[in-house]
Design a protein around this ligand. Sequence first.
Ligand code: KIV
Length: 276
Amino acid sequence: MADKFTVQSFKAAKAEKKPISMLTAYDYTTACLLEEAGVDSVLVGDSLGMVMLGYENTLRVTMDEMIHHTKAVARGTRRGLLIGDMPFLSYHVSVEEAVRNAGRFVQEGRAEAVKLEGGPDVIEKIRAIVKAQIPVLGHLGLTPQSLNVFGGFKVQGRDLEAARRLVDDALLLQDAGVFGIVLEKVPDTLARVITSKLAIPTIGIGAGPHCDGQVLVIQDMLGLFRRFRPKFVKAYAEMGDTTVAAVKSYIDEVRNGAFPQAEHSFQMDGSLLSKL
Ligand code: KIV
């Protein structure tokens, strides 16, 4: 196993210009595969609400659901930095609740850091969580928990005022002590400016090639999630197609008796059969 990837590795990677790879995972089997492949960081994203639980967006995801999945991913993750995504309303009501819920990710979920969405509105909570010795990854640009305010999954920071606000928010988050910032669905040129102004790494998703690292939802990059595919997703495999084809073959073979064969069955001493 290569050296454990930590929050310190995030800083070092930026300094050494080594791009950081991050993927989401929501279960033990996938976590083991990501570990085997050597990904730097594993995010238990609240995207699980959509790709695992079938909700229409991430707003219905609860703390208990996040902890349940984080525990499973933790059992399969060794080298990659494990980050738990704080769901909607888990850090909005009070500083105390935010710290307590971030603590649950570490104590119960065995996460090593948490991620939360937003800028000035959540800065107090970020400072308090960092003070509680829990590393925080920020998230700016398209923040899906604000879907109802944005009015859709739109590209953010396209006009001068919005772009300036994103630069300011990124600097504010850095000042509050986050170890990195996810930039979601912002123009690639704006992501480059933000990345160049920060000492901490940016992790892009739909933010172009100039970020210090990239993150994708695992179901998207494997071609498993078929409800929609955002423009920024590259599918590295079409496992949805592969799965449907495999299941069709199984159904056919069960129906025509081709499965199971002797090699999939268990035998017993034939002499015992006569005594049955
Ligand atoms: O929930 C999630 O998976 C995320 C990533 C897309 C960054 O927030």
